[in-house]
Design a protein. Structure first.
Length: 449
């Protein structure tokens, strides 16, 4: 138990270290980027990102997530190969569709101005899929240092191309190319490490064995693809609706608000989730899954929830100052989206529990509900209350991820309230941050006004 606990926090520390540097770079250059690109540019960027994320999350047939399940490495390598093949096929199909129907796709999205940039979508799909596959392989082999390095590479590459294009000829293409590098930079080092240490075992795999692995792990393409697509769809489809229907570049404001608010999630939440996924299988077999869930939630509540609340309290006052007067609306939206992002972080960190315990059907049903609930609410707001469409998006996110969090905890085999009692001591840390945030808000507004 002590060894598992020590390994858990050591792995988190390694990932957080690299991610902290990557996030520091991204946040430091964001005030430059928001002065090079307009909210309208960010609105188009939001639509592009939505398309890429919705397709790429299932392009590897979720065999990336499945890499932590097999006991034998040779089976995991087989799943990796299946994921690589699938992502190339799906990216190729999307390229053919865009080549012949780009105008129809753009019109259907309600954004004809995105048509010249749709050729980037197939590239984004394959790059995101391959990075996810090799990142999960690195996590399986506990090579968290390499993952941290790739995240730094991603931030440097993405920020460099966005600033460079913005200075030379400001247009949405700079933001889109930056996203391509943000998701894919670092693949080369991950692939190189895999080839050097593990690729020789690919010779043990034949078509018949790959077919047997596909059948054995068919629950992932059958249920997890639809579940993950519904999850991403519940986040991204409403943004497409907002970009098409809202008055002004509301999707651009919302995209910046979400990006800033997610900084603590990217810093710690993603690292904790990665480590949880790599340890959950062993914890389940050892009967320690409840303890792992508690450690995961405590780590996030103590270290991430407080800074997120602090940021929400200050955002309306400082957003315009940091990012430019044209971005003040994003400061207001940060307060609206923050509760939902906190619940999303807590739930997503232990979300792999559904896969580890073979509960893909339950996860599928939950995400389908979330998709219908959030898209329906935003579509209704687009028809009836356009001026509140972004706020509706934020409220539905908070409600859905609260339900998701409760179900993730109960999936661990424990009732909800005993887990909450085990977390009580952790809530003092966010409370201290709230007090500091209120004091800072009072001081800042007093000095500014």
């Amino acid at each position: 138990m002590a060894t598992l606990k020590s390994s858990f926090f050591r792995s988190i520390a390694v990932l957080v270290g690299g991610t902290a540097i990557a996030q520091a770079i991204s946040i430091a250059i964001l005030p430059i980027i928001t002065r090079l690109y307009s909210p309208a540019d960010y609105s188009l960027y939001a639509v592009y990102v939505a398309i890429v994320q919705i397709v790429s999350v299932g392009a590897a047939l979720r065999f990336d997530v499945a890499l932590n399940v097999p006991k034998r490495d040779v089976e995991a390598i087989g799943l990796l190969i299946l994921g690589l093949i699938s992502s190339v096929i799906i990216s190729g199909v999307s390229a053919i569709l865009i080549a012949f129907f780009s105008n129809t796709v753009a019109e259907g999205l309600g954004r004809p101005d995105i048509e010249p940039y749709l050729w980037l979508v197939p590239c984004g799909i394959v790059v995101a899929s391959w990075y996810s596959l090799f990142q999960y392989w690195a996590a399986r082999t506990k090579n968290f240092t390499l993952i941290s390095r790739t995240r730094i590479t991603q931030s440097v590459s993405s920020g460099g191309i966005q600033i460079g294009v913005g200075l030379i000829s400001p247009s949405p293409i700079g933001l889109l190319l930056g996203h391509l590098l943000q998701t894919g930079a670092g693949i080369a080092s991950l692939v190189q490490k895999f080839v050097k240490t593990d690729a020789r075992r690919m010779r043990l795999l034949r078509a018949r064995r790959l077919r047997a692995l596909f059948i054995r792990y068919r629950a992932f393409p059958l249920y997890s693809v639809a579940e993950a697509t519904a999850q991403i769809g519940s986040l991204q489809l409403p943004l497409i609706i907002i970009a098409a229907c809202a008055v002004g570049p509301e999707a651009g404001f919302l995209t910046l608000a979400t990006r800033v608010s997610q900084a603590p999630i990217a810093l710690l939440g993603g690292a904790v989730a990665q480590v949880f996924a790599s340890n959950a299988g062993a914890a389940l077999r050892a009967g320690n899954l409840r303890d792992l869930v508690l450690r995961t939630q405590r780590a996030l509540i103590k270290s991430a929830v407080g800074p997120m609340l602090f940021m929400a309290l200050l955002s309306p006052s400082v957003c315009g100052l940091l990012f430019g007067d044209s971005w003040r609306r994003s400061g207001e939206l940060i307060q609206w989206v923050m509760p939902g992002l906190i619940m999303q972080m807590l739930a997503s960190a232990i979300g792999p529990i559904f896969y580890i315990k073979a509960l893909q059907q339950r996860a599928f049903s939950l995400q389908i509900f979330g998709l219908i609930f959030r898209v329906s609410a935003v579509a209704a707001a687009a028809l009836l209350y356009k001026e509140w469409i972004a706020e509706v998006y934020a409220i539905t996110g908070a409600l859905f991820y609260l339900c998701y969090w409760v179900l993730c905890i109960t999936a661990a085999g424990e009732s909800f309230w005993p887990i909450i009692r085990g977390l009580r001591g952790s809530f003092l840390f966010p409370l201290c941050w709230v007090v500091l945030g209120l004091m800072a808000h009072f001081v800042f507004t007093s000095l500014l006004f």
